[in-house]
Ligand binder design. Structure first.
Ligand SMILES: Cc1ncc(COP(=O)(O)O)c(C=O)c1O
Length: 423
């Protein structure tokens, strides 16, 4: 007899493409997890099995599942009505809060996802500079829109090629692709195309190719080149915002970007995205300027209230707790890897970590050994059977919340055995 979860997964497969609404979820086997509920650091399936969750909704749930402070803030919105097609105080409060940390004196536009944030930031950069090209880095993910669903094309041209059918080559050609943590590759791109580059977009800590922290030298080179050539520097902080520090990667690295895109944490687990920048650039967005952006759900009160509640907890010691937990996570993974029979390395940044089986040092995406993803996947499967949920892909990051206990994080010590066992 199939379990209740299996039965629901089968029904999902009949009506949802791949049984899911975002591809990575389908990687969990033998069938995508159908979650019944979550509380704190754990989620439960429909058969009463619980899992310690290191995915946390792919990053937003830094206070864990069903956090009471967030739930109460959203409940109040539900009593007052939740959509007006007009500004609410929640938008003002969250805008003031975010700008206070990320860009005092600047402005923000709220949208509904990280994808919309990067799409709008790129349009704004093109409108502001009146240039066409953008530069992205191999391995960085900036959401699911045409300008960024692009990989390196022929090395000589450094113009991008589509990663998905449906992305026109003509669109991909406007995205130049350089190598992450390789300042020379960006210098080369600027030498060839500098006067036509509207913006460089980068994940300051690469969180979509495992975890690979950007080197200070690399990020400083981006800052220098963009200034020199009159292009904008966009820090895509959808993952790093309010995680590396309250001021995000800009504060952590001491580098000021022209535009910052945010998402995930700032909505406390509700749909959100945002673009932040100095007023002179942001004022080019409609209605102050001509660069178009609009959205029925932009600034949705539930997302605003959830984000405000989340950031308020982070300010009052929550972020320190997360950093303490992620240091512990990092130490445990490193210790386990050091005892494993095959080589394995761990990369960490505040609030996030990832391990790479068979690797000795991962400073760039190309350092990940070709066999790492399959070994990683087997470990994910093994941990799932033990009631531990890590991302089903080497290319994602492990996250911890304020709610994870030492013992729950300590369970990952089993990695020593699992890495060796699958080598
Ligand atoms: C760095 C980065 N930018 C943009 C996005 C897209 O955000 P969303 O999934 O909310 O559209 C993601 C999603 O994981 C991301 O990690």
């Amino acid at each position: 007899m199939p379990s209740r979860t299996e039965e629901l997964a089968e029904r999902a497969r009949k009506v949802l493409v791949g049984g899911v609404n975002s591809p990575v979820r389908a990687k969990v086997k033998p069938y995508p997890l159908v979650v019944a509920y979550g509380k704190g650091s754990r989620v439960w399936d429909h058969d009463g099995n619980s899992y310690i969750d290191f995915i946390l909704g792919y990053g937003p749930l830094v206070l864990g599942h069903a956090n009471k402070t967030v739930a109460e803030a959203v409940s109040q919105v539900l009593e007052e009505g939740w959509l007006f097609g007009a500004t609410t105080r929640h938008e003002i409060l969250l805008a003031e809060k975010i700008l206070g940390h990320v860009r005092p004196g600047g402005k923000i536009r709220f949208v509904n996802s990280g994808t919309e944030a990067t799409m709008t930031a790129i349009r704004l950069a093109r409108g502001y500079t009146n240039r066409k090209y953008i530069v992205k880095f191999e391995g960085c993910y900036h959401g699911a829109h045409d300008s960024v669903l692009v990989k390196a094309g022929s090395a000589a041209a450094d113009t991008g090629a589509p990663v998905s059918p449906g992305v026109p080559e003509e669109a991909a050609r406007l995205t130049l692709v350089a190598r992450y943590n390789d300042p020379y590759s960006v210098e080369e791109v600027f030498r060839r195309h500098g006067d036509n580059i509207a913006a460089v977009i980068v994940e300051p800590v690469l969180g979509n190719y495992g975890v690979i922290p950007g080197s200070r030298e690399f990020l400083a080179t981006l800052r220098k080149l963009t200034r020199e050539y009159g292009s904008l520097l966009i820090f895509d902080e959808v993952i790093t915002g309010f995680r590396l520090s309250l001021g995000g990667a800009q504060e952590y690295y001491g580098i000021r970007a022209d535009l910052v895109t945010l998402g995930k944490i700032i909505g406390g687990g509700f749909p959100i995205g945002a673009i932040v920048g100095d007023s002179d650039i942001m004022s080019n967005l409609a209605p102050e300027g001509k660069v178009f952006n609009a959205g029925t759900f932009n600034g949705h009160p539930a997302s605003m209230a959830a984000g405000l509640a989340t950031i308020s907890v982070l300010e009052k010691g929550g972020l320190e707790k997360i950093h303490a937990n992620s240091r512990l996570l990092c130490d445990i993974l490193k210790e386990a890897c050091s005892r494993a029979k095959v080589s394995c390395t761990v990369n960490c940044a505040p609030g996030m970590a990832q391990f790479f089986p068979h690797a000795t040092n991962v400073e760039r995406p190309e350092d990940i050994p070709p066999k790492a993803p399959s070994t990683y996947y087997k470990i994910h499967e093994d941990l799932l059977r033990r009631g531990v949920l890590i991302p089903p892909s080497q290319m994602e990051a492990l996250f911890v919340s304020t709610e994870h206990s030492r013992d729950e994080i300590g369970i990952l010590d089993v990695l020593a055995e699992l890495v060796g066992g699958t080598g």
